[in-house]
Ligand binder design. Structure first.
Ligand SMILES: Cc1ncc(COP(=O)(O)O)c(C=O)c1O
Length: 363
């Protein structure tokens, strides 16, 4: 079996054990005579999978009974639309951080819904265009008073910049954690809602995992279609319609894997993996990190080479050596190594050796 070292930003590498378990259970799930893909979402076998997936995730995040966990199709991008549709009141206001591409997209959706509702959107910071890339500093936030909610992104996947400390705001704090959920120590109870497209640290693509305080979901605007209301997912435990059952099963297996690894071990490994790559960048006059040091992401390491030709050559030669998808996002170029929870240390060691050798030959 030849597994590539897959540095893709998402869909991304999944734990090999999870893939193997899914393979083992693919055609006959625990003696039921059918695949999880084939079972009714109303049956007891699927129900156990569904409940366990939610319970394990809640345990890992330290969430109590006041929280609901929902599976919503349309990825994190659908959340960009659902958040303002649910929580932006007519004539009201919401605050958005513009830290990079993704929070910028969330802001755009907020502005669209605000225009429909005669509401206002305040931009609480704007460092999306800064080079080197970064997140807002603690004293830069300009949160307004009395907003219906405050939205930000914890890790800008394209920029390779991560927020290490979260601001205190005067109302519901909502965070897009698509690319760094469950990757480091974090107080999830400091938020009122957080969400992630599943395809990076949680499982296969096809849904967002949304954790929301039940009290917040209840406050959502009732004048929008049923499937767009959070309360529908909370009240029906994400079973109002047919949920993405296979994705939820693999998500549950991935959460069990995180639990088995031990969160603390995993978080420590993540920091070590990132440090190894940043150390090579810092020791070199050839590679140049894209992000300001204090905001460097432990999930998406981004850097440049002296020329675009050398970057293309780097990506090509790395792929030939079994290290795939190192090309930076098409909007910014450069190199990006996405090293999510399931990315193995051996792959980082392989990359680091390759980087040193590439610099020796071309530097
Ligand atoms: C931080 C962040 N937010 C949102 C998204 C969009 O996710 P999706 O493709 O699930 O809509 C991405 C995708 O890479 C992301 O990295």
């Amino acid at each position: 079996m030849a597994r590539a070292y897959n540095f893709s930003a998402g869909p991304a590498v999944l734990p090999l054990e999870v893939l193997q378990e899914a393979q083992k259970e693919l055609v006959d799930y625990k003696g039921t005579g059918m695949s999880v893909m084939e079972m009714s979402h109303r049956g007891k076998d699927y129900d156990a999978i569904h409940q366990e997936a939610i319970a394990t995730f809640k345990e890992l995040c330290g969430l109590g009974d006041d929280w609901a966990v929902c599976f919503i199709q349309g990825g994190a991008s659908m959340q960009f639309a659902m958040i303002p549709m649910n929580f932006l009141p007519r004539g009201g206001a919401a605050d958005y951080a513009r830290e990079g591409t993704w929070s910028g997209k969330a802001l755009k959706e907020g502005q669209k819904v605000a225009a429909l509702r005669g509401a206002t959107v305040n931009v609480s910071c704007d460092c999306a265009k800064d080079i080197p890339t970064r997140m807002p500093k603690a004293d830069e936030w300009k949160w307004s008073e009395g907003a219906a909610y405050y939205h930000l992104c914890s890790n800008e996947t394209i920029a390779g910049a991560e927020l290490k400390e979260f601001p205190k705001v005067g109302g519901p704090l909502i965070c897009d954690m698509s690319s760094d959920i469950l990757s480091c120590e974090r107080d999830y109870n400091a938020f009122d809602m957080f969400y992630a497209g599943a395809q990076k640290n949680l499982g296969p693509s096809g849904m967002a995992v949304v954790a929301i305080r039940k009290s917040l979901a209840e406050k959502g605007n009732p004048d929008i279609p049923t499937m767009l209301q959070y309360r529908t997912y909370v009240d029906e435990n994400s079973l109002f319609n047919t949920p993405p059952t296979w994705g939820i099963y693999v998500f549950g297996e991935t959460m069990k894997w995180v639990k088995k690894m031990g969160k603390e071990n995993l978080f420590k490994l993540n920091a070590e993996k990132a440090k190894k790559i940043y150390d090579v960048i810092d020791a070199s006059g050839f590679y140049r990190g894209t992000a300001v040091k204090e905001f460097r992401s432990n999930m998406n390491v981004t850097w440049r080479l002296p020329t675009e030709e050398l970057e293309a050559q780097f990506v090509k030669e790395a792929a030939a050596a079994g290290m795939k998808s190192l090309k930076g996002h098409r909007s910014v170029g450069g190199i990006r190594a996405s090293i999510y929870n399931a990315f193995p240390m051996a792959g980082v060691d392989c990359l680091v050796d390759f980087m040193k050798e590439f610099e020796r030959k071309n530097g």
